[in-house]
Write a protein that binds this ligand. Structure first.
Ligand code: ATP
Length: 441
């Protein structure tokens, strides 16, 4: 049994997780052989697997386990009129200040009137800086071909509201959900993948009768907080924080953030906004298409109000990693272990033949193929079994299945649990059912 010891805390925790991400193939600086590009990252094999699991955990809770939400997958480049109508062209800005001394640029709301780089107080007046990336569609770089990379996925859902309403025969309350890349030309990206210029959003637009929006806002705050604890973050590391009036986005009548205790302090994981009918009304006016819903029960037309939980997948992944990182001791030996939820871990099962000898190869492959139909598996037959367990612990693999020489006789294998390190011997025929039972959350 492992003996628990003090887990590293900030700033050691942050460094330990960032190092592990690089060393074990979760996250690499982008285009590292060219010296990278500031605060841009590529997700390596384990990061790509984990990010996919974060998306799937969200998809499961927000779409699969409900009967009132449908998904879409909208284009990243769309008609620029969308961003004009939504208010993003005019108001999706952060206040930018320049330091006259060292020429660094900062977000005025993130510094205390003094340059964090050189300490100078000689700063310019704050001016609005639009965060949308601009590009051109087609071969001509003219004003008429300007387009923007989407800074949020939400607008794709508003402009498709009518299509979804009619094709899916929905009525409020119902939701449209989407996962996808978003782009913001952040003034000061940083803290690893916490703030990057390209990131992934998981957003739900939940359309409700106007009078019901406060109740649904409260409902979604509770649901979203519970999602993070369901997938393994301790509740004391999470909190809900309602926005002050002056913090609210241009479209919001009320926003509450789900925050996580990052090593540097509380930071936002997700914003749950009451967007009212701001977006549907804006698109109705700008497009000239009625986006009202006709309620047959009351005989009234109305524009639904929208409650929007908007979460960052990449930022959530970082929080899950920070929350899962632990160090303990087994038999006097220190180990690093990621206590990730089994559904979030890059690999759910590692298949480990005790020896590289040919005699074990056929049976080991048989076990691997059985498991691969249900789980993401890693097959590893090199080094001592103890070292292989340590490697799997460090990347969060919840179960290791070991095939030994006795397995050839009795067709049983050993299943080792990452957290308790306990080992159970089971017939090969039963391991899939056994492991599926362990994942049933
Ligand atoms: P901030 O005020 O920190 O810039 P925001 O309040 O504008 O963020 P939202 O528009 O509410 O952020 O975005 C929803 C979610 O998307 C955030 O809670 C976060 O998880 C994620 N997110 C936003 N910007 C970034 C970014 N630059 N990098 C990574 N994730 C981000």
């Amino acid at each position: 049994m492992p003996t628990s010891s003090e887990s590293p805390t900030s700033p050691g925790l942050f460094e330990a997780v960032v190092n592990l991400c690089k060393r074990r193939g979760f996250v690499f600086p982008s285009a590292e052989i060219y010296g990278g590009i500031r605060s841009t990252y590529d997700y390596g094999p384990l990061g790509a697997l984990m990010l996919r699991n974060v998306r799937e955990a969200w998809w499961r809770a927000m779409i699969q386990e409900r009967d009132d939400v449908v998904p879409i997958d909208a284009a990243i480049l769309t008609n620029p009129k969308v961003w004009e109508a939504s208010g993003h062209l005019a108001t999706f800005t952060d206040p930018l200040v320049d330091c006259r001394n060292c020429k660094e640029r900062w977000r005025a709301d993130q510094i205390e009137d003094v340059c964090p780089n050189c300490g100078s107080k000689d700063l310019t007046e704050a001016r609005p800086f639009n965060l949308m990336f601009k590009t051109y569609v087609g071969p001509v770089e003219a004003e008429s071909s300007v387009a923007y990379l989407r800074p949020e996925t939400a607008q794709g859902m508003f402009v498709n509201f009518l299509n979804v309403l009619t094709t899916m025969r929905r009525k409020p309350p119902f939701g449209i959900a989407q996962i996808g890349r978003a782009f913001r030309n952040e003034i000061t990206p940083g803290n690893f993948v916490f703030r990057t210029r390209e990131f992934e959003l998981m957003e739900l637009e939940f359309f409700v009768p106007p009078a019901d929006s406060p109740r649904w806002h409260e409902y979604w705050c509770e649901q979203r907080l519970a999602w993070y604890t369901r997938y393994g973050i301790a509740s004391e590391k999470l909190r809900l924080r309602p926005h002050e009036k002056e913090e609210l986005s241009h479209y919001s009548a009320g926003t509450t953030d789900v925050e996580f205790a990052f090593p540097w302090g509380w930071g936002e994981l997700e914003g749950i906004a009451n967007r009212t009918d701001f977006d549907l009304r804006a698109h109705q006016e700008a497009s000239g298409t009625s986006l009202e819903y006709f309620d047959q029960a009351t005989g009234e037309n109305y524009l639904p109000h929208v409650v929007e939980p908007a979460a960052g997948a990449t930022r959530a992944m970082m929080a899950f990693l920070l929350a899962a990182y632990d160090e303990d001791e087994i038999g006097g030996e220190r180990r690093a272990v990621l206590r990730l939820h089994p559904r979030l871990a890059p690999y759910q099962v590692a298949v480990l033949p005790l020896s590289k000898k040919d005699t074990l190869a056929t049976l080991s492959r048989e076990v691997l193929h059985r498991l691969q139909r249900h789980f993401m598996c890693e097959f590893d037959e090199t080094q001592s079994i103890g070292r292989r367990y340590r490697r799997q612990d460090e990347i969060g693999t919840p179960y290791c299945v070991t095939i030994d020489f006795e397995s050839l006789e009795d067709r049983q294998v050993t299943v080792r649990d990452r957290d308790s390190t306990s080992q159970t011997r089971l017939p090969i025929e039963d391991i899939v059912a056994h492991l599926l039972g362990c994942f049933d959350t």
